[in-house]
Design a binder for this molecule. Structure first.
Ligand code: NZQ
Ligand code: ZN
Length: 384
């Protein structure tokens, strides 16, 4: 087992009806909140009214920052930072999916900073402090509710960048699986693929093999998602399926999976961010296209062969790596995910531009020694 550090301070409150307690929890962190949410789903499911009532009952004042879009954008983040500063809020309450939580994190960091918030994404400045963040999760997938990461798109630069910083761990996250009953089939599939790849990327890239505890945790999370994602797609109100997916998603990027096997590396994510930056597609849809291609490329150059072999056998019951990747792809396709660029309406002639875009993140994430423009192009050519 390799040396590692593990730190995860997020308090999880999980189960049916738990959001009832949100007022009391927010009140522990301040008297005035910034209430961040998306484009209307929380109003349609009655969650907006519940949160408003509970905040009022607990004597918490709040100002609203609605309209966060999927693949959240910098201009909207900056508006949130201005509002948080002007209103002198003490705490940020994020109610929604990864996009809402990520934007809330960026605002929480920007609200106490002198610099422009984008400086953090270009690693020109470091987040040393942030307003406390409390989340209510409404869609499983990103794990943002239990990690210190965030991803924002700079729409002028067409750059989707992300980073992690300890002050951005949510203090408390409310996880009620029933809130995800209304998530549409496609978003259910994309979120499941996202959570799955947070584990499969670590599993297949890991520097150290043979660490039973971490490999066991990872294989169990992947197998659970493989089993329950199609159930949730077909039966949206199946509580056990939604609950298993929700907890798997939170654990998948919480830090628990890579203890002792090496650092977190997310190369397919790095390439996917170029797809969602350029074409505004759902992150999980982009991953369904890129991840099998990344695996095929690595197998072709005979890297991570042991990792890919146990992935294929232990997660998909396959006798060979080729068959394992094929089954992985079919699992995603059966849930309605795109698995080739064309399925998402992206022309193969764009590969050069996508690779150039991804290479900027490859440099920012310190991966450019291996992930050159040419290597990224080769991986993308397997997505055609
Ligand atoms: O805008 P609203 O109305 O909230 O609708 C959303 C949105 O249209 C809808 N939705 C959410 N909960 C719902 C619901 N619809 C019905 N019922 C509900 N209960 O679903 C759509 C997608 O929401 P979004 O928040 O965009 O999805 P997701 O959670 O997949 O977040 C994606 C973003 O997170 C980033 C992605 O890159 C992307 O920008 N990621 C964040 C990570 C992190 N912070 O650790 C890691 C990931 O790898 C990922 O990069
Ligand atoms: Zn992801």
């Amino acid at each position: 087992m390799l040396n590692f550090r593990y730190y995860n301070p997020t308090r999880i409150i999980f189960g049916k009806g738990v959001v009832d307690k949100i007022g009391k929890e927010v009140a522990r962190y301040g008297k005035k909140a910034l209430f961040v949410y998306g484009q209307g789903s929380i109003k349609r499911i009655g969650l907006y009214d519940l949160v408003v009532e509970r905040l009022k009952e607990a004597g918490v004042e709040f100002v609203e920052h609605p309209g966060v879009k999927p693949n959240p954008v910098l201009s909207h983040v900056r508006k949130g930072v201005e509002l948080a500063k002007r209103e002198k809020v003490d705490v940020v309450v994020a109610v929604g999916g990864g996009s809402v939580i990520d934007e809330a994190k960026a605002i929480a960091a920007g609200a106490v900073a002198e610099c422009d918030v984008w400086d953090f994404f270009e690693f020109k400045e470091q987040v040393k402090a942030a307003l406390p963040i409390i989340t209510v999760l409404t869609i499983s997938g990103t794990g943002s509710e239990m990690n210190a990461g965030l991803v924002i798109t700079n729409e002028e630069k067409k750059a989707k960048f992300g980073f992690r910083a300890e002050p951005l761990f949510p203090r408390v996250s409310f996880l009620d699986p029933t809130l995800t009953f209304t998530v549409p089939k496609d978003q259910t599939a994309y979120g499941s693929v996202d959570a799955f790849t947070h584990v499969s990327e670590v599993y297949c890239n890991r520097a150290k093999t043979g660490v039973m505890i971490s490999e066991g945790i990872m294989e169990t999370i992947m197998k659970t998602i493989v089993r329950y994602a199609p159930v949730a797609v077909e039966e949206p109100t199946n509580y056990e399926a939604r609950a298993e997916l929700m907890w798997c998603s939170s654990l998948a990027l919480s830090g628990i999976t890579w203890c002792g096997v090496g650092d977190l590396t997310l190369p397919a994510h790095m390439i996917e961010h170029a797809l969602s930056a350029l074409y505004d597609i759902a992150h999980g849809a982009g991953l369904a296209i890129v991840t099998p291609a990344w695996m095929r490329y690595m197998f072709k150059i005979q890297k991570f062969v042991e990792q890919l072999t146990t992935f294929s056998r232990n997660v998909f019951g396959a006798d060979s790596v080729e068959e394992g990747i094929e089954r992985f792809e079919q699992w995603m396709k059966s849930m309605g995910c795109p698995i080739r660029l064309a399925d998402a309406g992206i022309p193969a002639s764009d590969i050069d531009a996508i690779a150039e875009n991804a290479f900027e993140l490859s440099k920012a994430w310190g991966m450019s020694d291996f992930y050159t423009v040419d290597v990224i192009k080769e991986i993308l050519s397997l997505c055609v």
